[in-house]
Design a protein around this ligand. Structure first.
Ligand SMILES: [Zn+2]
Length: 183
C-alpha cells in the first residue's frame, strides 16, 4: 500500500513538473492565416542579422482587424505601389495586450525603410497620437522584446519608427525610453 501511494505521489510530482516546464502559449500565430501577395515574396535573412526592435503603431482605429491590415499591405498602398509581399510587421499587440506573430523572424518585411534587414517590427494596434497605450499593452511590448532577446541570445537595440522617419510612429504617447528601461 505504501509503495502504491509513493508511486502515485511520484507520478503526480512529475505531472506538475512537466506542466510547469511546458512553454506557455502566449503568442497567437497568425502566419498561416493572413493574406499574401499573389506574386511577390519578402527576402529572407538569418537570425544573426537581427540587431534591433522597431516599435510602430497602425495609426488607424484600434478596432481594425489584423486581417484587414494585411489586406491593405498586400494591395496597392502607401508603402508599395503594387502591394507588399505580406503584412509589414512581425508582431502585433492589441489593446487587451494580446500578442500575435504575423511574419517569420527571418522575413525581411517592409516596416522601416533602410532598417528592414536588421530589424524586427513590433506594432501596437491603434493610433497612439490620440490614444494612450494601455499599461498591459506596454507590458506586452516589454515581454516580446525579452522573448526575442532570450531567443536570439543577445540584447537587441530598441527604437521607435520615428527615430528613422519623419513621422510620429509609434505615436507621441508611446515613450520608447520607458520601454527600454523595463526590458
Ligand atoms: Zn511605423
Amino acid at each position: 500500500m505504501i509503495r502504491k501511494a509513493a508511486i502515485i505521489v511520484i507520478v503526480l510530482a512529475l505531472v506538475i513538473l512537466l506542466t510547469a516546464a511546458a512553454p506557455k502559449v502566449w503568442i497567437t500565430d497568425l502566419r498561416p492565416r493572413l493574406p499574401l501577395h499573389p506574386d511577390r515574396d519578402y527576402d529572407r535573412r538569418t537570425l544573426d542579422q537581427i540587431q534591433q526592435v522597431i516599435i510602430h503603431h497602425t495609426a488607424a482605429p484600434a478596432s481594425q482587424t489584423i486581417e484587414a491590415i494585411a489586406h491593405y499591405h498586400t494591395g496597392p498602398n502607401h508603402i508599395c505601389d503594387n502591394g507588399c509581399p505580406g503584412i509589414a510587421y512581425h508582431f502585433m499587440i492589441d489593446r487587451e495586450a494580446k500578442v500575435y506573430q504575423v511574419n517569420d523572424l527571418e522575413t525581411i518585411s517592409f516596416h522601416a525603410s533602410g532598417q528592414n534587414t536588421v530589424s524586427v517590427g513590433v506594432c501596437l494596434i491603434g493610433n497612439y497620437d490620440e490614444l494612450e497605450p494601455t499599461p498591459q499593452q506596454l507590458t506586452a511590448v516589454v515581454r516580446v522584446i525579452r522573448y526575442l532577446n532570450r531567443k536570439l541570445g543577445r540584447r537587441l537595440a530598441i527604437a521607435g519608427h520615428r527615430d528613422y522617419a519623419n513621422k510620429s510612429c509609434p505615436g507621441w504617447n508611446v515613450d520608447i525610453d520607458s520601454i527600454r528601461a523595463k526590458v
